[in-house]
Design a binder for this molecule. Structure first.
Ligand code: ZN
Length: 463
């Protein structure tokens, strides 16, 4: 079973599953008021690769990632552009999914929108008020962090030291500077929802705790997000569940920063201005390889130079796919790859890479191992052992596909990476008997000009 670093315990430990054979994952999604930036690209690629890998190993993955479609930034943008909040959120959500499709990030199983869950959030906040854990002020409802005994566990700091470091805000009615808004009272011209404690809108930290528990149930397996969310966002999510005696995420995983020229990524920095901008200039698969070549907890440097380097590495794998006729658009899984009755050498490669990924998702070592195997495959073929080379190449292609990296073979050169991923997603949907999703993906392929057939080994597409 996979072992992952758990931010709560501070150790690499086994990801224990609530339901055998099934993994439940919640990943904090975007607030949609601008184009996705490089940091968005990284976290979605990291957790998409993990999700795909877990499903490659035979687990059934339920993956929930939210869309924050109401917040201060969306309201500010709507005011600036003279549009409604719903229009702003709708437009930037479209940009989001376009960018996700381009980098081959599969749609989450569920994509809850904050505005669809306000009633459930109102209920949670009512319970917190009833238990005297949340209190009303003139501008909203605040959570009293002193009511949670182990507040600060995820941040890795006790309450007193967090309190000493907190900046003093202007909300004078707050009992502690660390207390956070679970509800913001309605202001003129802003969207609001009815609540017994006064009309208004929910706070971000309440959104994620309510939606994750609603869709995944108490004690779900894994909560993921960028390192920057660890505190206060995730601490505050955990505090609310804890205050209501609800078992929350059993394992917490956080990915590292994106650096640009040695600086922590921020939206105003960088030579690529956004993920959308980067995708317009580069092979859309290159960012995934760049992400996989670093450990998910380490910072990565994303510049035109590092992306171009990833593109060159990708070309080596593509050349392998052409030389050895590696199938690029079939659904992949570990069991099937092993069943294909390959050589001891290929089985050893599958096992070695599998073991690396199970060890805190060590993708850099896994990718390095695949490059070494690629060199062996080419040398074998050069020396006349074509079958040996081909077997290795097919195993490499299968493992890369298991991490979401679709190769481009020669005679299928007109199948772009996005199309290959749609085919694979459709095969996954069919394998999971998710017929409506399979139909939706077929329609999407047809809309791209493909004829779609169902073969015994999966979806077959032709022009
Ligand atoms: Zn969240």
């Amino acid at each position: 079973m996979v072992r992952l670093y758990d931010s709560l315990s501070g150790t690499v430990r086994e990801l224990r599953l609530r339901d055998p054979g099934r993994v439940s994952i919640y990943v904090c999604g975007p607030t949609v008021y601008d184009f996705p930036h490089l940091g968005h690209g990284r976290f979605t690629l990291v957790w998409d690769a993990l999700r795909r890998w877990l499903s490659y190993t035979g687990l059934e993955v339920t993956y929930v990632s939210n869309i924050t479609d109401i917040d201060d930034n969306i309201i500010a943008r709507a005011n600036r552009d003279g549009r409604t909040e719903a229009e702003v959120a709708g437009e930037y959500e479209d940009h989001w999914w376009k960018a996700m499709a381009a980098i081959g990030v599969a749609r989450p199983t569920h994509t809850p929108h904050a505005t669809e869950f306000v009633a459930a959030m109102v209920e949670t906040i009512s319970s917190l008020i009833l238990r005297n854990i949340a209190y009303r002020t003139s501008d909203g409802v605040y959570f009293d962090v002193s009511r949670v005994a182990d507040y600060g566990l995820l941040a890795g700091q006790p309450l007193e030291s967090l309190r000493a470091g907190a900046r003093v805000e202007m909300v004078l009615e707050k009992r502690s500077p660390l207390d956070f808004a679970v509800w913001k009272n309605a202001k003129a011209g802003e969207p609001s929802w009815p609540a017994p404690f006064g009309d208004g809108r929910p706070g971000w930290h309440t959104e994620c705790v309510v939606m994750s528990l609603d869709l995944l149930g108490p004690g779900f397996d894994l909560h993921c997000g960028g390192m920057d969310l660890r505190f206060p966002h995730h601490e505050n999510e955990r505090a609310q569940a804890s205050a209501l005696d609800l078992p929350f995420a059993q394992h917490w995983a956080h990915n590292g920063w994106v650096m640009v020229g040695g600086d922590k990524m921020s939206k105003s920095l960088g030579n690529f201005t956004s993920l959308t901008d980067m995708l317009a200039q580069t092979d859309s698969r290159a960012y995934r390889l760049l992400v996989l070549r670093s450990h998910y907890r380490s910072p990565i440097e994303v510049t035109p130079t590092t992306v171009a380097d990833a593109e060159r590495s990708l070309e080596r794998f593509d050349a392998m796919a052409r030389r050895f006729d590696v199938p690029v658009h079939r659904s992949e899984n570990f069991a099937r790859s092993r069943e294909l009755n390959w050589s001891e050498e290929t089985l050893a490669l599958l096992d070695r890479v599998g073991a690396l990924l199970e060890n805190d998702f060590d993708t850099p070592q896994a990718i390095a191992t695949l490059f070494e195997a690629l060199t062996v495959a080419n040398a074998a073929a050069d020396g006349g052992e074509m079958d040996r080379g081909r077997a290795l190449a097919h195993a490499i292609g299968s493992l890369l596909a298991g991490l979401g990296l679709a190769l481009r073979g020669e005679e299928k050169a007109d199948i772009d990476g996005e199309t290959a991923l749609l085919v694979r997603e459709r095969d996954e949907a069919r394998a999971g008997k998710n017929w409506s999703e399979a139909d939706r993906l077929r329609d999407e392929l047809v809309a791209r000009g493909w004829k779609v057939e169902d073969g015994s080994a999966g979806t077959i597409i032709r022009r």
